[in-house]
Design a protein around this ligand. Structure first.
Ligand SMILES: Nc1ncnc2c1ncn2[C@@H]1O[C@H](COP(=O)(O)OP(=O)(O)O)[C@@H](O)[C@H]1O
Ligand SMILES: [Mg+2]
Length: 265
């Protein structure tokens, strides 16, 4: 592999020339993106810039108007083939994070296990769900509670436990720390780093949280004008000449986050 540097970093998600539009509203046009194996990639961009739509497209939930999307070596822009396996290898926490409100946390975590392993015994499935609940730092007792009985931070962890229920290698998170207080958000970030390390995850992380970007992301991709304006390590992205990028990375909040992130690492 000495003479093939482009092969030494493997892309687990490869998006090329993506176009998404709703009616006459063009959300993405000529969008290219790579997610590399083992990284935590932060996705940032203004509100309505198309971050969530991009995630849904990569998950195969929305066929694009044009372009190609490859996930773990499989084309997913061309129809439903192979989706089920891909789904097992992929965990998702959506922006609204919706757990089933009438099911306990443990039952929520059991849903994808049942779906992917229908023949598994009830007792094994229950034990597995309990294990996932512990893995995300929730007390065992949280498993018996309804989502409405948990704090916001605990609900996010429960959503993460469900996303990790069937041991995916690729994790998609849409604004997981939105609505959490700074301490809860920092604890969630720390959990992500620990799990990435322990489970060998690759993480696609949509966030507007500058602290998160500086604390845990290996690379950052900025969405704007319908495409990825720039992607790379933060030190490179910060310098990119674009109004939104400059305002975002050089405002007062960015300065504080940068200092905290560097102090912490
Ligand atoms: N189902 C939909 N129907 C019509 N427009 C949509 C739909 N989903 C998203 N959009 C539009 O696409 C754009 C990008 O949305 P989104 O990806 O949710 O933005 P964000 O970057 O804030 O996550 C917005 O203008 C939004 O109004
Ligand atoms: Mg969104």
């Amino acid at each position: 592999m000495v003479n093939a540097p482009e092969q030494s970093v493997q892309s687990v998600v490869k998006v090329r020339g993506l176009r998404n539009q709703f009616g006459s509203t063009v959300v993405h046009q000529g969008l290219d993106l790579d997610v590399r194996r083992g990284e935590i990639l932060g996705i940032v961009g203004g509100s309505g810039s198309g971050k969530s739509v991009l995630m849904r497209a990569i998950l195969g939930l929305r066929p694009p108007q044009a372009g190609t999307i490859e996930v773990l070596g499989e084309r997913i822009d061309q129809g439903a083939s192979g989706r089920s396996l891909l789904r097992r290898r992929t965990g998702v926490l959506f922006q609204d994070g919706a757990l089933f409100s009438s099911l306990t946390v443990r039952e929520n975590v059991e849903v994808p296990i049942k779906q992917h392993y229908p023949a598994m015994s009830d007792s094994l499935r229950r034990d597995l769900a309990r294990l996932k609940i512990r893995m995300v730092g929730l007390p065992v007792a949280a498993g018996a509670k309804l989502p409405s009985e948990l704090s916001g931070g605990m609900r996010k962890r429960a959503g993460l436990a469900r996303a990790l229920a069937v041991d995916p290698e690729l994790l998609f998170l849409d604004e997981p720390t939105a609505g959490l207080d700074p301490i809860g958000a920092a604890a969630f970030d720390e959990l992500l780093v620990t799990l990435r390390q322990a489970l060998g995850l690759t993480v696609f992380l949509i966030t507007h949280d500058l602290d998160t970007l500086y604390a845990i992301c290996d690379r950052v991709a900025v969405i704007g004008d319908g495409r990825i304006l720039v992607s790379g390590p933060l030190s490179e992205v910060e310098d990119f000449e674009h109004e939104w990028v400059q305002n975002y990375f050089h405002g007062p909040r960015a300065r504080a986050a940068r200092q905290a992130g560097r102090a912490g690492s």
